[in-house]
Write a protein that binds this ligand. Structure first.
Ligand SMILES: [Fe+2]
Ligand SMILES: [Fe+2]
Length: 185
């Protein structure tokens, strides 16, 4: 099974998101911080969009009290996106960048814990291996657009790498996910 299970993939991404927050926090101000922040924004964009397109709609009807659980997660994701967009607009050199980063980190990590506790565990119990493998296709296609390590000089050559504002990245990720899942964009 390993990384072909959608829940395993999303849990692994939660780990990568934590590591990227560490990288941004520890990077010296300037280019290094901006570069690490861009990778974090990309990963958050593909991760949250994949959840919104694939697992939240499924969890809504598959788990007990699914509507309430999913509505709570969507509200958390919306708040994080708003803060992320404001941070992206102000840029990584803004005087309040670090303060906002810590706020974003606390919100994103609390959100991830709630998903793991209230949504993913139940979803694993309510789905077959085959269903979770099918759901993994969209997550993998999206993840390919968000390299988590810097690749100096080769980034522009990486196919489909996400660019622009967080919202533009999410729109692009949504198209790719829908295509991978065999849905109309
Ligand atoms: Fe999420
Ligand atoms: Fe998540």
């Amino acid at each position: 099974m390993g990384e072909t299970d959608v829940i395993d993939l999303l849990l692994a991404q939660h780990g990568m998101i934590r590591n990227l927050f560490d990288e941004v926090e520890q990077a010296p101000a300037g280019e290094a911080r901006a570069e690490a922040f861009t990778r974090l924004v990309r990963l958050l964009a593909v991760h949250e969009t994949a959840e919104e397109e694939i697992v939240h709609p499924y969890a809504r009807h598959a788990i007990d009290g699914g509507d309430g659980v999913v509505d709570d997660r969507l509200a958390e994701e919306r708040e994080a996106k708003e803060l992320l967009s404001r941070m992206d607009e102000a840029g990584p050199d803004a005087p309040d960048f670090m303060q906002n980063l810590l706020m974003l980190r606390a919100a994103v990590e609390a959100h991830a814990r709630s998903e793991e506790r209230y949504e993913f565990t139940k979803l694993r119990g309510q789905t077959s291996d085959a269903e979770r493998r099918t759901m993994a296709a969209g997550v993998k296609a999206a993840e390919a657009m968000a390299p988590t390590h810097p690749h100096p000089g080769t980034e522009s050559a990486t196919k489909n790498v996400l660019m622009g504002t967080p919202i533009a990245m999410m729109d692009r990720a949504r198209d790719v996910i829908r295509q991978a899942m065999g849905k109309k964009p």
